[in-house]
Write a protein that binds this ligand. Structure first.
Ligand code: TRP
Ligand code: ZN
Length: 864
């Protein structure tokens, strides 16, 4: 599609129900790399009285045959991406035979060959690349699927239960699957390949035994136990916390190397990006372990929130994704550290989501206008969507929230519904009015909050005034219902009971008006207020707390999240001050001393200590400025890190050498590795014989977390050992592409002026492959997101590298191209030189012959 062909937008307001239902779908696949024959037998029923045409979706299909009730039918036409069939009876059997070419399908959407196996990806609109269909989520059908393939494709898999298998006359083999649950086409899946299989079972709380099977590339069995354990934990957790049990008799997961996203929740047959499944101590970091557990959980939780109850249309995507992210966050928090999970989630919000919401792609969690649906699998729909669910949970409380979930399933099991239906269930079950709250679904941009505090010693009265204002890019927004949580600390760090005129007050304030004042009495001395505790709403709060107050909060807040938040604010304030007055580019003695205490005490949750002593990311600082002072932030954070490394080197050395992890993946060992990793990051900035020994030893560890901590420390510090260690890693891990992704990412972060030449040279590395999204993101994604100095070079060479790549990817995999484009979306937030250079790359794309709809939508928005 070229820009001149202008891809058309779809609007939420134009929704109409389908004119046919597809009661049952029978599919037969005759698998061949270049011409797979797909036979579809659809049982159709008109849903209206008019004799309107049936309009089926189809892309890149060769129509071979079309029959109605077993008779050849010619009353149809194909126009662009639609097949119009006229004058169909009220009910009929429609047979459609098409041919497709999985081997040449590099888009990783529809049916494609990936590393020798066939697999499908149908969400959002990939099913139309497999056969002509009503490819929309409100058309629910039962499926019978027959797969025929050469015997070298040992496993033939689809959704539901296998009901038949055997040999064909011509020496190939087949398997037949039946899915008893009605589902939309986006949940269809087929996999055919030769895998190693890890089998297990899970007994549900009602006593049903479920067969579990994890399919991986040959030789990878040693990397499967963690994923299967995560699955069993997820199944148990959903029974305990949400009272939800698995429904089919078998649950399968397949790991593939070529995949656009993390994973896909196809009914009974999840397909996963191999990097979100495979892990052992030698090859995966503690962070990888955590990600795998959360994604396995996420896809499993979709079985109820997404599959049993699905979306009416794609504008409702947050109905399943926001809710399921909330559920996976709760899963991780119940099983691990709630504070650390909250910190991770809020980092995503404040960096990626806030910047999306402030830029040209800003959209409400329920978008109203879409050109390419794949562009709306965003941090807004997913993560802000989860924050909106979390706010409802805060307003209702766990008991009412669970009542709401129960009512939602009672009303809508087996249906395709809207976000309104979900909120109605929550409101009806709890009796809480969510009318104003629902604005969160239709307003985009990040609300700004201003808090003014006053303390009257004579009246022992503390007053908090909260003002909400619409985001700058969405000035017409109306006031939102914001749950604003607080804690008041006395001078000893004790939590103060909240009362007013003899009555207890809840710590969650209901902010609903543009300006609102809250009163608390019987407070004998000026309190220190923890505001927006636990990030109780996805807002920007302008903080006016003084340094002593922030230090007080960091020490005493009951919420570990808010302690971290205060520490972040201390760093942010210091950077802002230094940007305004470069001669003050030093951290105050109080801040340094607070860090000293944290590092020396080595008490409490060490993983939290690790987070507390880390400087915020470039993106976190950048979010504080309208025009991002790139060079200043880079210089100042480098100076601060150097200052910490030098002034606290004794404490860091002592901390590093006194902590020993037992090599396991239990929480204590993970925490120790995390803290030692941060210590090493600082220590690498003050080289000594002792530090060099630590670095080498860590790089030699049998544990990938330690290895990576060492390599990342030397790369970021431009430490002399980096070349030797990187080369050694390359020769050690060349056989394992997933591990090589870590190496590509390290290479991309090298700060020297030859960084870009280095990346271009790595395009020729035997492990690199432009058609594999994991490789591309590891090398170029890491460069554009984390190598700030080189990506944002003033000569524009960093931008040109990304521009060249996008042109290449546009032809291979538009979905991946579009995700890689993201850094250019905020070009207006940079100084003129940089902004113009980024804009020039966007214009290059706009003029590109054959620009995909995915890139078109974003490029056009960015340039207007
Ligand atoms: N629904 C999937 C999830 O959130 C993600 C998904 C959407 C996806 N579109 C995709 C995965 C395309 C792979 C490719 O879990
Ligand atoms: Zn999901």
């Amino acid at each position: 599609m070229t820009v001149s062909a202008k891809p058309k937008a779809q609007y939420l307001k134009d929704y109409t129900a389908p004119n046919f239902s597809i009661e049952h779908t029978e599919l037969t696949f005759d698998l061949q790399p270049l011409n797979t024959k797909v036979t579809a037998l659809l049982t159709l029923k008109r849903t209206t009285n008019q004799n309107s045409a049936l309009v089926l979706d189809g892309i890149d299909l060769q129509l071979v045959e079309l029959q109605v009730d077993n008779v050849a039918y010619t009353n149809y036409k194909i126009e662009g991406e639609h097949l119009f069939i006229n004058d169909l009876p009220h009910t009929c059997q429609l047979k459609i035979v098409t041919e497709i070419s999985p081997d040449t399908n590099t888009s990783l959407e529809g049916l494609y060959l990936s590393g020798g196996a066939y697999c499908t990806q149908c969400e959002a609109q990939g099913f139309r690349k497999i056969t002509y269909f009503l490819d929309r989520p409100d058309v629910l059908s039962t499926y019978d699927v027959t797969i025929i393939a050469d015997k070298s494709f040992k496993h033939l898999l689809s959704n539901g239960n296998q009901i038949d298998s055997g040999e064909t006359a011509d020496g190939r083999h087949f398997a037949k699957w039946q899915d008893p649950f009605k589902k939309p086409s986006y949940l269809f899946a087929l996999v055919a390949g030769d895998f190693d299989v890890l089998k297990d079972t899970y007994t549900t709380k009602s006593g049903r035994e479920i067969e579990l099977a994890l399919f991986v590339d040959k030789g990878n069995l040693s990397k499967t136990p963690h994923a299967i354990n995560s699955l069993k934990k997820a199944m148990h957790w959903d029974e305990t916390r949400f009272n939800l049990e698995y429904d089919l008799d078998i649950y399968m997961i397949v790991a593939v190397d070529f995949f656009n996203m993390g994973a896909m929740e196809n009914k009974g047959l999840n397909v996963f990006n191999s990097k979100c499944v495979l892990a052992n101590q030698e090859t995966a970091t503690d962070k990888d372990y955590h990600t795998i557990e959360s994604i396995v959980g996420h896809e499993y939780f979709h079985n109820w929130t997404g599959n049993r109850v699905t979306c009416r249309d794609w504008f409702q995507l947050s109905l399943k994704e926001g809710l399921t992210v909330f559920r996976d966050q709760e899963f991780s928090s119940d099983l691990g550290s709630r504070a650390l999970n909250r910190i991770d989630a809020v980092k995503v919000m404040r960096t990626h989501q806030f910047s999306e919401d402030a830029g040209p792609m800003a959209h409400p969690i329920r978008p109203e206008k879409v050109i390419e649906m794949n562009n709306f699998y965003t941090v807004t729909v997913y993560d802000k969507g989860a924050e909106v669910i979390r706010m409802m949970h805060t307003l209702l409380g766990e008991v009412n929230f669970q009542k709401g979930m129960q009512l939602y399933f009672e009303r809508h099991d087996g249906q395709a519904v809207t976000c309104d239906d979900f909120v109605a269930a929550m409101s009806d079950a709890s009796g809480i009015d969510l009318t104003q709250f629902k604005r969160w679904y239709s307003q985009s941009g990040t609300p700004r909050l201003n808090a003014t505090q006053h303390y009257d010693h004579d009246k022992q009265l503390y007053t908090l005034t909260i003002e909400q204002s619409a985001p700058l890019n969405q000035p017409d927004n109306k006031s939102l219902h914001i749950p604003f949580a607080i804690e008041l600390l006395d001078e000893n760090g004790q939590s103060i009971a909240l009362t007013y005129q003899g009555e207890k007050r809840d710590h969650v304030l209901n902010v609903t008006a543009p300006t609102q004042t809250f009163y608390f009495d019987q407070i004998p001395a000026r309190p220190v207020a923890v505001l927006l505790e636990d990030f109780s709403a996805p807002c920007i709060l302008s903080q006016q707390n003084s340094e002593p107050d922030l230090l007080h909060i960091m020490r005493f807040a009951r919420s570990d999240f808010s302690r971290w938040d205060a520490q972040q604010q201390l760093f942010i304030n210091a950077v802002k001050q230094a940007v305004n007055a470069p001669e003050h580019a030093t951290l105050s003695e109080n801040v340094i001393n607070a860090l000293r205490v944290l590092i020396s005490a080595q008490s409490g949750d060490l993983a939290l200590v690790a987070e507390l002593i880390k400087l915020p990311s470039f993106d976190t600082f950048a979010a504080e400025f309208d025009i991002i002072p790139v060079d200043e932030i880079i210089t100042i954070t480098r100076l601060f890190e150097q200052q910490i490394a030098e002034q606290l080197s004794d404490e860091l050395l002592h901390c590093y050498s006194s902590l020993v992890d037992d090599g396991s993946i239990n929480a204590d060992a993970v925490a120790i590795r995390a803290l030692k990793g941060v210590c090493l990051h600082y220590l690498a900035k003050t080289p000594s014989e002792q530090v060099d020994r630590f670095i080498k030893k860590s790089a030699d560890s049998p544990n990938m977390t330690n290895v990576l901590a060492s390599l990342s420390a030397v790369v970021k510090a431009s430490h002399p050992l980096r070349t030797t260690l990187l080369d050694h890693f390359d020769s050690q891990w060349r056989h394992d592409v997933l591990v090589m992704d870590k190496w590509f990412a390290l290479q991309a972060m090298q700060s020297g002026d030859d960084a870009i030449e280095n990346i271009k040279a790595l395009y020729a590395h035997p492990s690199f492959d432009f058609s594999n999204p994991n490789r591309v993101r590891a090398l170029v994604g890491s460069f554009s997101h984390f190598n700030t100095a080189q990506f944002h070079r003033k000569d524009g060479e960093g931008y040109a590298l990304l521009g060249d790549l996008l042109i290449k990817l546009n032809a291979i995999n538009p979905q991946n191209a579009s995700r890689m484009l993201t850094p250019f979306m905020s070009w207006k937030r940079f100084d003129t030189t940089r902004a113009q250079a980024m804009k020039a790359q966007l214009q290059r794309l706009a003029n590109l012959e054959g620009l995909s709809a995915d890139l078109f939508e974003k490029v056009e928005k960015a340039l207007n």
